[in-house]
Design a protein around this ligand. Structure first.
Ligand code: UDX
Ligand code: UDX
Length: 514
């Protein structure tokens, strides 16, 4: 009865124990395909911690690659520039450079022993599964390219979030396109970094997950990748599991994180009716160690490139397995998120006497969260679209996001209409945005918008609008002097001390507070 092999128990399945004293077996060159929010920071940290490994990030977007070669990086991430410069600019640090950015995809693939796939996997927009399933065509074309140019065996690592059993698809494409006799071992090594804290997450990860086949070659590949992380991650944080469990674990982690936010947002609606305070409710439930305090902050709705896409992908997979109740369960998380964004807009309209026509709303923040310039799936798109439809004039200020990007994000909404275009102004400061405004709507929790806490400290770098403003807190008394009466603040992030603002004459409406 006790004859169950150790490898049959899930977690002890294959304990990888990278020996810090040995160099990664065989891995001297890594190629990362995709120089985005995941590929760039991940490669920079791997290179900085593995001076003996040459890490090259490739992308078909020349402009992006060129930007990675400068000090004006294509993405803003606290601490990123320092890590990139450390690994990339050896001359400055007396360290041999080992981080490179290139558009020479073929050469870099051909030379590497290990390839990280970090291309984007957005929601499909065409055909079967459109609006739900993940689009794998970028991944497919990346592995086709690998198949075409490879002259030696490779370890191929899924960094991008993928549907379950994507590894089988990739293997199939490789077998069909590659030269006979070559071997490609596919690993799943999902990234759990959150934007705004990516470098911290990469340097001190909760866990590194490596999924592999249980074959000797699969295990050997997992060992090689574990050794790369072993340069700075504690061995007991590096866990290896079945390839398909790893693929599913990434989708599941994002779904569970988003589920917490939707749960709290659903409760916030109840709080507003029963006179409870969602921040107090979250605090109280988060003290239970089984629940924990993180990802329980009520908001206007979650955004970002991952949550919505990954939940829809999970639901689509469930549906294709005929697990319709399971699919409905996951999809309800996205439904509540849409509801929360609409509910927030309805509250604005109600408070402003049921008409926004001819009124001016100052929007503070467009990014989907603070400390990033990323605007993918930001709740701001929906809220701004809704208030434009109601006839409001909208004046947007975000400390990091540029006007072109804001207009690009809004181009498929009401703002695409000529009349709505005229209702929209993108401002260079919070004060410019709120001049003559009837209300301020806080959509991103940038520290400078809060009227509490420490002064803001932020490293300089990528695209800050002006050095003078960077790091300054908004002076709410000055805001009050610029606005029309009565003046409202709709805090979609619960970052202001409402009492203090009321003292300045504002009427303040927060999420989940009556
Ligand atoms: C990542 C993951 O890959 C995605 O699956 C996950 O869900 C979110 O995080 P991210 O790094 O945020 O995506 O995407 P993005 O910033 O768009 O970067 C992807 C890069 O891949 C882009 O620079 C794009 O130019 C590049 N790319 C895309 C290629 O080089 N080749 C392609 O065929 C497609
Ligand atoms: C998420 C996951 O956290 C990360 O592990 C995964 O690799 C990628 O997806 P990210 O989207 O970058 O990361 O940021 P996250 O901090 O999770 O926030 C996502 C959204 O939820 C943001 O819009 C944020 O403002 C919102 N949020 C987050 C809340 O509304 N409340 C919270 O308590 C936390």
């Amino acid at each position: 009865m006790h004859s169950q092999r150790r490898s049959d128990t899930p977690m002890a399945a294959y304990q990888v124990n990278p020996d810090r004293s040995t160099k990664p077996v065989g891995i001297k060159k890594i190629c990362c395909i995709g120089a985005g929010y995941v590929g760039g920071p991940t490669s920079a940290v791997i290179a900085s911690k593995n001076p003996d490994i040459q890490v090259t990030v490739v992308d078909y977007n020349r402009e992006r690659i060129e930007a990675w070669q400068t000090d004006d990086l294509p993405i803003y991430e606290p601490g990123l520039l320092e890590v990139v410069k450390f690994a990339r600019d050896g001359n400055l640090t007396k360290r041999t450079p080992n981080l490179f950015f290139s558009t020479d995809v073929d050469r870099c693939i051909a030379e590497a022993e290990l390839i990280l796939l970090s291309v984007n996997t957005p929601t499909k927009s065409l055909g079967r599964g459109a609006g739900h399933a993940s689009e794998l065509s970028y991944l497919e074309s990346a592995v086709r390219k690998i198949g075409e140019v490879a002259e030696s065996n490779k370890i191929i690592v899924e960094k991008s979030t993928v549907p379950c059993r994507a590894a089988d698809t990739l293997r199939d494409v490789l077998v069909a396109t590659a030269k006979p006799g070559l071997h490609f071992e596919i690993l799943s090594n999902p990234e759990f970094l959150a934007e705004g804290t990516a470098i911290r997450n990469l340097l001190n990860p909760d866990r590194i997950l490596i999924g592999s086949l249980k074959t000797p070659r699969g295990l050997e590949a997992a060992q090689a990748l574990a050794a790369v992380y072993g340069a700075w991650v504690d061995p007991d944080r590096i866990i290896t599991i079945n390839l398909y469990s790893s693929e599913l674990a990434k989708l599941a982690a994002n779904a569970l994180l988003a589920q917490r936010i939707s749960s709290v947002n659903a409760l916030s609606a109840m709080c507003e009716s029963v006179g409870a305070d969602i921040d107090e409710v979250s605090y109280a439930i988060g003290l239970d160690k089984r629940i924990g305090s993180r990802m329980l902050k009520a908001s206007v709705g979650f955004g970002g490139s991952c949550f919505r896409k990954d939940i829809l992908s999970l639901a689509y997979i469930a549906e294709s397995l005929h697990l319709f109740e399971v699919a409905d369960y996951w999809r309800s998380i996205v439904d509540i998120n849409e509801y929360q964004k609409d509910r927030f807009t309805r509250r604005i309209v109600r408070c402003l006497y049921n008409s926004l026509s001819g009124k001016t709303l100052a929007v503070f923040g467009f990014a989907y969260k603070k400390d990033t310039g990323d605007t993918r799936e930001t709740a701001a798109i929906t809220v701004i679209d809704n208030v434009l439809t109601e006839g409001a004039n909208v004046r947007i200020y975000d400390p990091l996001v540029k006007e072109t990007q804001i207009r690009h994000e809004l181009k498929n909404t009401t703002a695409r209409l000529d009349c709505a275009e005229k209702q929209l102004t993108v401002c260079e400061s919070a004060y410019e945005a709120c001049t003559g405004a009837d209300a301020v709507i806080i959509l991103t929790e940038w520290d400078e918008f809060s009227n509490q806490g420490e002064p803001v400290r932020r490293d300089s770098g990528h695209g800050r609008k002006t050095e003078e403003r960077a790091g300054r807190k908004v002076d709410w008394a000055r805001v009050a002097a610029l606005m029309r009466r009565p003046m409202f603040v709709f805090d979609g992030r619960n970052i202001v001390d409402a009492g203090a603002l009321e003292g300045l004459g504002f009427r303040v409406e927060c999420i989940g507070k009556a």
